[in-house]
Each structure stands twice: as C-alpha cells, then as structure tokens.
Design a protein around this ligand. Structure first.
Ligand SMILES: Cc1cc2nc3c(=O)[nH]c(=O)nc-3n(C[C@H](O)[C@H](O)[C@H](O)COP(=O)(O)OP(=O)(O)OC[C@H]3O[C@@H](n4cnc5c(N)ncnc54)[C@H](O)[C@@H]3O)c2cc1C
Length: 353
C-alpha cells in the first residue's frame, strides 16, 4: 500500500510524483506508455515551468525565443514580446519522469489504468489485470481522465475544448532559415478570418514544430486545413499527431482520496492552449496538500478541498480567460477589416495571460 498513486506520468503527474516524493511520501507512478514517449504538443514552455523545475532543464532546450510574430490571413500584423522556451516533449517529459524517480517515486510503465475504486480506507486502481492500492490517488492522465470519473466529475464538455494537431519535421538548416523563424529564434502565429483558432511554427534544433488548433465546435476539416498549411510552407507532413485540450478548469478537482491535476483537471491557459506551466503550478499545490493530508491521516474531500482553495486565484484566472474566448467568435472573422484592433486584442489577451 502506497501513500500516493499517480495515474499518468506526463508533466502534471511526474511533477506531482516528484514533489510528493521530495516531501517524504511513498509514491507509485503509473503510465500507459513507456518513456521516452512523444505527445502531441508545440513544446512551447514559459518561465513558470522553468521556475518550478530549475534551470537544469534548460540543458534540453532546443531554442529560446523572445518574440511571437503575429499574422492575419498571412499578412504580418505585429508581435508580442515574450520569453518562450522551445522543447521536444519526448525529451522534456522523460526528464521530469527521471526527476520523479530520482526523488524516490516508483515508476511502472505500460500500465493502463482502466478502473479506480475509492473505498472507505483506501483507493484501488486496476491496470493490466493487477490492482494497486494507496491512501490517495492523483488523476494526471489527461483530458479523458478515468480518475475524474471516480469523483463523478463529468468529462470536459465538447464546447470547452480545443482540437489541436501538430507535426514535427526534420529540415536542413537552409530550409529552416528560409522559413525565417530561427534568426533570431521566435514563434510565428497565424490567424485566419475563417478559422476559430490559430496555426504556429517554431524552430527546434534541426527541425520545426508546426501546428494548428481550433475550438472543437469549429474543428471540422482541421486535419486537411493543417496539411494545406504545411503545404503553404513547402514542408512535408511528418509525425502528424492530434489531441483535444480542455480550456476551462473542472468544477471540482478533489474528492474523497482523489485530486486532479494537469489536463485531467482542466489546468490550461485558455488563451494559448498551453498547459505545461499550469500543470506544474497545480501539481506544486497538490503535493503540499497531499503531504499535510498524510501527516494528519485525513484523505477526506473536506481535507483535500485545501487543494482547490490553494488554486483559487489560478482557477479564477483560467475561468475569466475561458469566458472571454466566447467573444472571439465575433472578433476572429472581422480581423481582416480591422487588423490593428485585432492585434491590440491579441496583445491585450497575451498581457493578461
Ligand atoms: C497539438 C497540441 C499542441 C500543444 N502545444 C502546447 C504547447 O506548446 N505548450 C504547452 O504548454 N501545452 C501545449 N499543449 C497542451 C499540453 O500538451 C497539455 O496541456 C499537457 O501535456 C498536459 O500535461 P498532463 O501531464 O496533464 O497530460 P499529458 O501530457 O497528456 O500526460 C498524460 C499521461 O497519462 C498517460 N495516460 C493516459 N491515460 C492513461 C491511463 N488510463 N492509465 C495510465 N496512464 C495514462 C499518458 O500516456 C500520458 O503519459 C498542446 C496540446 C496539443 C494537443
């Protein structure tokens, strides 16, 4: 029997496991896949994640950028100044998993959890025919969380998710140079009058990451649009992967013996669809609450509510941004007629984000 069982070893789960282990708890970390593994993502990380992980993680950095250049219907409309770190998820996620193991957490790979039972005195998770027991379970297995179901949380609504797709493409230096994103390294973000979302291209070391995302309710034909987007830059469609991203926090991220973090709890920046920074921030609070619950041997929902309380400001910020997104339905299509206003709105949103 473990103190904490973490389901999902992405950044949210691996960081929660690492911090719980560092706080002296006995942690079991289960993942359906084996590491290193890839994940559909732009690999764009902000200062928050670097602050939580420490500057050692920068040894994995592909590129560091200071700017996000904005385009509307292919025309440049301005830029945002921002420090952005470009990583490959395969390496980044493996790094956090190794940090969790170094802190003392036990990792079991190729274990897909199919059922979680919360009992009076323990929680039992079943994966590949085996049962794993702990005082507390952390749901960190992404958008379609099985652990969330154990506390009766309904899955993220279709209307509150992005559909997003990316490609990671190896390119010779002259081709990356021709794309104009590596001197100095920066992100290009593309808005279109007929897309409720955006596309991006970022430089990596010897490759690029390109992607496309839109509100689920407007995502019909997204894959073909993305392939056309890649064709516009004359780059091949390699390693194309897609996934859904929630952009509103779950109503409740705790229950008896249960806490949710990362995409499973809807901890994502609604404005950008980026979730790594928010996942680590949530997992930091979660680990503190897990430790104090273990010290008092009280894993009731009443005790674990302290987690949602600690995340109050963060969750309010996400909810406010998420509601704002509704206004974009009106703003996106008219950006072509009022490019300066459109740019100001994007700049304002980014500052608030
Ligand atoms: C195309 C795309 C681009 C994106 N770009 C960015 C970006 O540039 N920057 C950014 O910050 N965010 C980005 N995001 C969002 C980001 O990927 C997520 O917010 C982030 O991965 C959340 O981390 P997580 O640990 O909660 O979940 P994940 O990273 O999804 O990890 C979940 C883990 O759980 C495991 N798992 C799943 N089900 C089970 C199960 N039943 N049992 C056991 N294990 C299980 C999976 O194998 C996985 O390892 C992007 C998303 C997409 C789809």
């Amino acid at each position: 029997m473990h103190d904490v069982l973490v389901v999902g070893a992405g950044p949210a789960g691996a960081y929660a496991a690492m911090r719980c282990a560092e706080r002296g708890l006995d942690v079991l970390l289960l993942d359906a896949e084996s590491f290193p593994r890839d994940k559909a993502c732009g690999g764009v990380v902000g200062d928050t994640a670097i602050d939580f992980l420490g500057r050692d993680v920068l040894s994995l950095l592909e590129r560091e950028g200071r700017q996000n250049r904005l385009f509307y219907d292919w025309r440049p409309i301005g830029e945002l100044d921002a420090r952005i770190y470009f990583f490959k998820r395969r390496k980044f996620d493996h790094y956090v998993v190794r940090r969790a193991e170094a802190a003392g957490a036990t990792l079991l790979e190729n274990r897909r959890v199919t059922r979680v039972d919360v009992q009076r005195d323990k929680v039992v998770a079943r994966a590949n025919g085996d049962a794993y027991e702990a005082d507390l379970v952390v749901g960190a297995e992404g958008t379609n969380s099985i652990v969330a179901r154990a506390i009766g949380a309904s899955p993220h609504a279709h209307t509150q998710k992005y559909a997003s797709i990316k490609a990671e493409i190896d390119l010779p230096p002259e081709k990356v140079a021709a794309l104009g994103i590596d001197d100095p390294p920066h992100q290009n973000t593309y808005f279109f009058s007929d897309l409720m979302g955006f596309g991006w291209i970022v430089p990596n070391d010897g490759s690029i990451n390109a992607g496309y995302g839109a509100f689920m309710r407007h995502a019909t034909g997204l894959r073909q649009r993305f392939l056309d987007f890649l064709a516009h830059f004359d780059v091949p469609a390699e390693d194309v992967r897609g996934a859904q991203i929630p952009y509103l926090p779950a109503r409740r991220v705790y229950g008896d013996r249960v806490m949710l973090t990362g995409d499973a709890g809807g901890f994502v920046n609604p404005w950008t669809g980026c979730g790594i920074d928010d996942a680590l921030e949530a997992s930091e609070h979660l680990s503190a609450v897990a430790k104090s619950a273990a010290d008092r041997n009280d894993f009731s929902a009443t005790a674990l509510r302290a987690y949602q309380d600690a995340e109050r400001d963060h969750r309010r910020w996400m909810q406010r941004r998420g509601r704002w997104m509704k206004a974009l339905d009106l703003i996106f299509p008219v950006g072509a007629r009022f490019p300066k206003s459109f740019r100001s709105i994007v700049q304002l949103g980014a500052r608030l984000a």
